[in-house]
Ligand binder design. Structure first.
Ligand SMILES: *[C@@H]1O[C@H](CO)[C@@H](O)[C@H](O)[C@H]1NC(C)=O
Ligand SMILES: *[C@@H]1O[C@H](CO)[C@@H](O)[C@H](O)[C@H]1NC(C)=O
Ligand SMILES: *[C@@H]1O[C@H](CO)[C@@H](O)[C@H](O)[C@H]1NC(C)=O
Ligand SMILES: *[C@@H]1O[C@H](CO)[C@@H](O)[C@H](O)[C@H]1NC(C)=O
Ligand SMILES: *[C@@H]1O[C@H](CO)[C@@H](O)[C@H](O)[C@H]1NC(C)=O
Length: 194
């Protein structure tokens, strides 16, 4: 009796602590229900579990900063793999692009949101396990900058804040004075500031 109870408890604990990634066809790269993006990388407490925030930068552009800088948005959609500020609220829609402010010290280029036609940041949707809770989550996996496949998206110190920067594939350089941190972007619905 005790033994079977212990066995039962063990299997419940095992089941609840093991995040099982579902198998099946690739996930759609469209997510129409509005979401926020949560950053995850436990090695950097300044950014771990913070959010991708928008900042009205003028000229219609929204620049991207790590919370608490800027404004939290839950109006993001993924359309054909591109992070888009929903046309229900943003006319014309703003899309996440990677262009400008190239930094040779760490070979990174800024990601921001615009209605213009700069090379878009393109993502796949994949499952992952939340690093703190082990819950199954949807994540964005970086695919391409426009036609250029590969690279990684991370964040980097900028004027006491953090901005979002793409590092090209095969990059061999890093700037120790402004260390770049790779982040996982998790899709979160109904995010609230806490
Ligand atoms: C994604 O959404 C776009 C825009 O609505 C649409 O053109 C495209 O066919 C959709 N793709 C998939 C795989 O549903
Ligand atoms: C945040 O949103 C408010 C209200 O729309 C706006 O007045 C303010 O300029 C925004 N702040 C930034 C940093 O974009
Ligand atoms: C910078 O990234 C590009 C790919 O976008 C790569 O070809 C190049 O070798 C990288 N440069 C350095 C110095 O790491
Ligand atoms: C966290 O960031 C460091 C530095 O960029 C990187 O080496 C590490 O792979 C990242 N971990 C995750 C889970 O992204
Ligand atoms: C979260 O937001 C969606 C709309 O984006 C809504 O349908 C849903 O009811 C919300 N869930 C909660 C728990 O508030």
């Amino acid at each position: 009796m005790m033994q079977s109870l212990a066995l039962l408890l063990t299997s419940i604990i095992a089941a609840s602590s093991a995040c099982t990634i579902p198998t099946g066809p690739p996930l759609s790269n469209n997510i129409t229900q509005g979401f926020s993006l949560q950053l995850q990388n436990a090695s950097n407490p300044d950014v771990h579990n913070h959010f991708l925030n928008i900042w009205d930068w003028g000229g219609g552009d929204q620049h991207l900063f790590v919370s608490p800088s800027g404004n939290l948005t839950s109006e993001l959609q993924l359309i054909d793999g591109v992070i888009t500020l929903s046309s229900a609220f943003w006319d014309p829609p703003r899309r996440a692009v990677i262009n400008g402010e190239y930094e040779p010290l760490d070979n990174t280029t800024k990601m921001f949101m615009t209605e213009r036609g700069d090379p878009r940041a393109i993502w796949n949707v994949v499952y992952g396990c939340n690093p703190d809770t082990d819950a199954l989550q949807l994540q964005l996996a970086f695919k391409a900058r426009g036609d250029e496949l590969g690279g990684l998206l991370g964040v980097r110190p900028f004027n006491g804040m953090y901005d979002f920067r793409w590092k090209g594939p095969g990059t061999s350089v890093n700037d120790p004075n402004r260390p770049w941190t790779h982040v996982t972007l998790a899709v979160v619905h109904n995010a609230t500031l806490s």
